[in-house]
Write a protein that binds this ligand. Sequence first.
Ligand SMILES: N=c1c2ncn([C@@H]3O[C@H](COP(=O)(O)OP(=O)(O)OP(=O)(O)O)[C@@H](O)[C@H]3O)c2ncn1[C@@H]1O[C@H](COP(=O)(O)O)[C@@H](O)[C@H]1O
Length: 105
Amino acid sequence: MADPLKDLYATILARKGGDPEKSHTARLFTRGTAKIAQKVGEEAVETVIEAMRGDRGKLASESADLLYHLLVLWADAGLTPDDIYAVLAARQGVSGIDEKKNRKG
Ligand SMILES: N=c1c2ncn([C@@H]3O[C@H](COP(=O)(O)OP(=O)(O)OP(=O)(O)O)[C@@H](O)[C@H]3O)c2ncn1[C@@H]1O[C@H](COP(=O)(O)O)[C@@H](O)[C@H]1O
């Protein structure tokens, strides 16, 4: 099945070491971990603000910005989407809520 997050992650990785004049992502990598982390924080706050305003279109747009910057943060740290998916999968195995849902469905 297609995974848009993995596709975007592959594009982000390919931008590492690229021309900062041509690629926003390449520029972000050159600015370093602190700047990337700061961007994740800013986009998270903007996402929360749109959620509280109740604007679903802007919430979707800010969520996309947040996911993009989070993927850059993972790439900078040497983490892959599969690393995070593994954590989520392990939690599913121990979640009482999910097990209840599964029994109903
Ligand atoms: N998904 C995104 C994406 N989401 C958000 N952004 C950029 O993130 C920036 C956020 O704007 P801000 O003003 O908050 O940030 P800033 O320009 O760094 O300014 P400062 O905060 O540093 O002052 C905007 O320039 C957005 O275009 C993105 N830039 C790129 N992508 C994707 O990443 C891939 C590679 O893009 P390039 O690296 O540009 O080739 C492509 O598939 C793009 O679609």
